[in-house]
Design a protein around this ligand. Structure first.
Ligand code: M6R
Length: 618
């Protein structure tokens, strides 16, 4: 949450910072701001309610005294403390305007610090928690410290997970960044005659592909010529850059009107990529060298927890069902934000599998921390490279979806499910719970996935029509599913809520009679996941119950189903597919329904209100 970018070099800083903010906008878009060191060693700050407005405001140049600034910091905000106003936008400055700070995270003890600083005569210009950092730094600088030392001093006073970046008019050309805990990270871009800091490597890629990811408790000082690292006590650290595997081109919309449309269309390729060099289609096996456990260790597991948040939790719910079915090990999916605060009797025979595309969701990282403290074994499923999740896990299974920019997860969900499928088969084989024949069958089923998804994407036209004719003017929707389709119903509902702002509930169909059926009326359509399979008849029963109460039903059914056209008001067809593959396919029409509903309502599906892609605060 919140995007930070900083540049020091010889080029004009403002265009680099503004274009970096555009790349980082998915992290928050409530307001934006930029602070540049100008020719007479002052800091010029410009703030606006969004990156577009900021770009306009600085279009004339932020230069002063005829000198184009070449050093600056910038921020795009997702509001936590203080409303969406210009005065709450970052950078925040010290009272004399000589220090500017951009911050990501929460200063948990900011009220105490605010009182302490106010008593000492510091005046506050915003309602944010972040502003205390600028004053803390200014106070250290007053006593003659360097900016790096002042940043360490401020870092030592604040509580909670935070990353912040500061610059001071008293140290021309210098920018200092620090990472504390699991708030969004900072990536250092190493260039020839310039350096950058950013919340995401994507904002660095147009300039250099040599990067270093800052670890928690590390401080970096950059100038045009050098990047130096210390710990919070000032002891020098050796950090070497590496060439990132990320590509900037992947972050362009191409011919698609929105990133979400592009990312839905990329799902066949993403699913293939998640299997590459892991699934042996000829021999019908899966090999995951990233899982670093011996057969004995795998046999010793007596409990598996799959954890995550939002879409990643829904993927985990599917994964938990499949893993338990294939390994015989009791497996539960757990909401990470609850799991971290509850007493859970984990031990070294527990395997915790954490799903987090960003690798920086603070609740998931905290759940991982408590699992580590209890001695549990840990595997992470992550899209982003070199994240805190990877550092904490014994092994990381990368999702390989390619950069996902749309706030609504689509292709990373498909990849999480694809990887969890492989993990279930792999653990089943290694544990001796899955026969080679059944494993071969499951692998062969998986090989059909990319082609089946591609087929579904081509069929998307009906979703556009239904969005316009049946969904966009509704205020409430119900999504029903059973078994592994229940988490998919929850995911379908989440997509609709987050990008079309229509209240939607994802429900276990069997639960409906215990309360939710009271809501059914002609105003509340039901989207029923009713493919062929063991639970088909039960779902037909639920659909009949909805119809009997005047409810409208859109069914997702298997092509060839002769009952549904006579029963449901509309049918979206799923191709015939194996039991564990159908849930993945069911996602595609639900993503398209949400996407087209959002567009039909004139909303921007890539930037839903109040949301950000990476949730790095609690
Ligand atoms: O990066 P993560 O996978 O840990 O993110 C967890 C959730 O915030 C995320 O899945 C969110 O629910 C989706 N972007 C919604 O589409």
């Amino acid at each position: 949450m919140c995007g930070i970018i900083a540049y020091t070099g010889a080029e004009p800083a403002t265009p680099i910072l503004v274009s970096g903010l555009r790349t980082l906008e998915y992290r928050g878009y409530d307001s934006a701001g930029i602070g540049v060191q100008n020719g007479s060693c002052r800091i010029t700050v410009t703030r606006a309610l969004g990156v577009d407005q900021l770009a306009e405001a600085v279009a004339g140049g932020t230069s002063n005294d005829g000198v184009e600034p070449t050093v600056g910091i910038a921020h795009t905000r997702w509001a936590t403390h203080g409303g969406v106003t210009i005065s709450n936008a970052h950078p925040h400055t010290s009272a004399d305007g000589r220090v500017a700070v951009v911050h990501n995270g929460i200063v948990e003890n900011y009220l105490d610090l605010r009182v302490e600083l106010s008593d000492a005569g510091y005046r506050f210009g915003s309602e944010t928690d972040s502003e205390v950092i600028a004053h803390l730094i200014a106070r250290c600088l007053k006593s003659g410290e360097s900016l790096a030392s002042a940043v360490r001093g401020a870092a030592g006073r604040i509580r909670g997970a935070s990353s912040f970046v500061a610059t001071s008019a008293d140290e021309p050309g210098v920018i200092v960044g620090v990472r504390l805990g699991n708030a969004g990270g900072i990536v250092v871009g190493i260039g020839d005659g310039f350096h950058l800091l950013a919340s995401d490597v994507l904002a660095i890629l147009p300039h250099t592909d040599r990067v270093i990811y800052l670890r928690s408790g590390e401080v970096v000082t950059i100038s045009s010529a050098a990047a130096g690292f210390t710990d919070l006590n000032g002891a020098t650290l050796e950090r070497r850059p590496f060439k990132t595997g990320r590509s900037f081109e992947a972050a362009a919309k191409g011919e698609h009107p929105h990133f979400m449309a592009k990312e839905i269309a990329e799902q066949p390729e993403a699913a293939s990529s998640a299997m590459r060099r892991r699934v042996d289609f000829e021999n019908g096996t899966v090999d995951l060298p990233e899982v670093p456990y011996s057969d004995d260790e795998i046999r010793s597991f007596d409990r598996i927890i799959v954890t995550g948040m939002g879409t990643s939790l829904h993927a985990g719910m599917y994964g938990a069902q499949m893993i338990e079915a294939l390994t015989g090990i009791p497996t539960q999916a757990e909401n990470a934000s609850e799991f971290r605060y509850r007493s859970t009797s984990l031990n070294d025979r527990t395997l915790v599998i954490s799903v987090t595309q960003s690798g920086e969701t603070v609740d998931t990282l905290a759940a991982m921390e408590s699992a580590s403290a209890a001695g549990a074994k840990q595997i992470a499923l992550v899209e982003a490279e070199d994240t805190q999740a990877t550092l904490m896990a014994d092994g990381t299974l990368y999702l390989r979806a390619g950069q996902e920019i749309g706030v609504a997860s689509t292709k990373t969900m498909i990849c999480s499910l694809t990887v969890l499928y492989q993990l279930a088969v792999y653990l089943g084989i290694r544990r001796g719970a899955l026969s080679p024949d059944r494993a071969r069958e499951l692998v062969s089923d998986l090989s059909r996935l990319p082609g089946l998804i591609a087929e579904m994407i081509d069929d998307g036209g009906d979703c556009r029509r239904l969005a316009v004719e049946r969904l966009k003017d509704r205020r409430h929707l119900l999504y029903l599913g059973r078994g592994a389709l229940q988490p998919m119903a929850m995911e379908g509902a989440l997509k609709m809520k987050e990008i079309a702002y229509i209240h939607a509930e994802g429900y276990a169909a069997g639960e409906m009679k215990h309360g939710a059926i009271a809501l059914i009326s002609e105003d509340m359509p039901t989207i029923a996941l009713v493919p062929q399979g063991a639970l088909y008849d039960k779902m037909v029963g639920n659909i009949n119950e909805v119809k009997a109460r005047g409810g409208e039903v859109i069914a997702l059914a298997t092509r060839g189903d002769e009952v549904m056209p006579g029963l449901a008001d509309e049918v979206l067809w799923l191709p015939e597919a194996p039991e564990w593959i159908v849930p993945l396919l069911s996602l595609v029409p639900m993503q398209q329904l949400a996407y087209h509903t959002s567009v039909a309502l004139g909303l921007d599906p890539d930037k839903p209100r109040n949301l950000a892609k990476s949730v790095t605060v609690e």
